[in-house]
Write a protein that binds this ligand. Structure first.
Ligand SMILES: Nc1ncnc2c1ncn2[C@@H]1O[C@H](COP(=O)(O)OP(=O)(O)OP(=O)(O)O)[C@@H](O)[C@H]1O
Ligand SMILES: [Mg+2]
Length: 233
């Protein structure tokens, strides 16, 4: 595992959700370079979120290998895999997955607890949480509010701040702008791209909005990278 390894490499990966015989995902080959910004498009149910779960190691390939920064994530123990994910990947889930009863600040700082290298890059944690909130256009007093008390669009931006903090090498975002108005969406994307440029962060973003394509280095269509079992049959 070195700095020169691609940040992500799929080698003939196959996955099937337990009990869901009708859906099988096969990704023969997919590589993301460091600092690349990539938009992942595909119809609903095509397996985009499943692919992101495979990258994060929250589900493991049945066969083939998923390498993150050169590390085969299936080779790690569950505990080490959790810490590896926290260190390497800033994650914005489709459903945000914030802790609703914890404050916004605690939600944003949470990944740093599991990722010592990300933590080292943040000298003043509350100040950095505040800076991210301001950059994302959230109200000044939001840090002490309970995350569950925010609007959906505000929660989406807190999830983004949690992904950005401590500049992980890769940011994965599952439809992160679905609840944002046009102006907020533009601000949000600019912040993701600025972090990518400044720190060489790889950005992999899922969206249904093909109009965003021109802003990314590369656009990937699920239909081009994945074979479904139905097509193989
Ligand atoms: N936790 C799960 N358990 C069982 N099956 C699942 C699970 N998550 C997804 N699936 C199934 O896997 C298939 C692909 O779903 P996935 O969520 O990856 O699609 P998607 O491309 O992200 O769709 P969308 O654009 O609607 O978010 C679907 O048939 C879905 O029912
Ligand atoms: Mg999805």
């Amino acid at each position: 595992m070195t700095e020169t390894d691609p940040i992500l490499h799929f080698e003939d990966v196959r996955y099937r959700w337990p009990g869901r015989a009708s859906f099988g995902l096969n990704i023969p080959d997919l590589t993301l370079a460091r600092s690349e910004t990539v938009l992942l498009l595909g119809e609903s149910g095509a397996g985009k979120s499943t692919l992101l779960s495979l990258i994060c190691g929250t589900v493991l390939a049945e066969s083939g290998r998923v390498l993150v920064a050169g590390q085969n994530i299936a080779a790690l123990s569950p505990g080490r895999r959790d810490r590896f994910r926290a260190e390497q990947i800033g994650l914005i889930f489709q459903q945000f997955n914030l802790l609703p009863f914890a404050s916004v600040q605690d939600n944003i700082l949470l990944p740093l607890r599991f990722a010592p290298n990300r933590r080292k890059r943040v000298t003043d944690m509350p100040a950095e949480a505040k800076r991210l909130c301001i950059d994302l256009g959230l109200p000044q007093d939001v840090l002490s509010a309970k995350a569950g008390a925010l609007s959906v669009g505000q929660q989406q931006r807190v999830a983004a701040a949690r992904a950005l903090i401590g500049t992980p090498p890769m940011i994965i975002a599952d439809e992160p702008t679905s609840s944002l108005d046009a102006a907020t969406q533009a601000t949000f994307l600019e912040l993701l791209f600025a972090q990518s440029r400044a720190h060489g962060t790889t950005l992999l973003m899922v969206s249904h909005d093909a109009r965003l394509s021109s802003q990314f280095d590369r656009v990937i269509h699920m239909a081009d990278i994945a074979k479904t079992d139905r097509e193989r049959a």
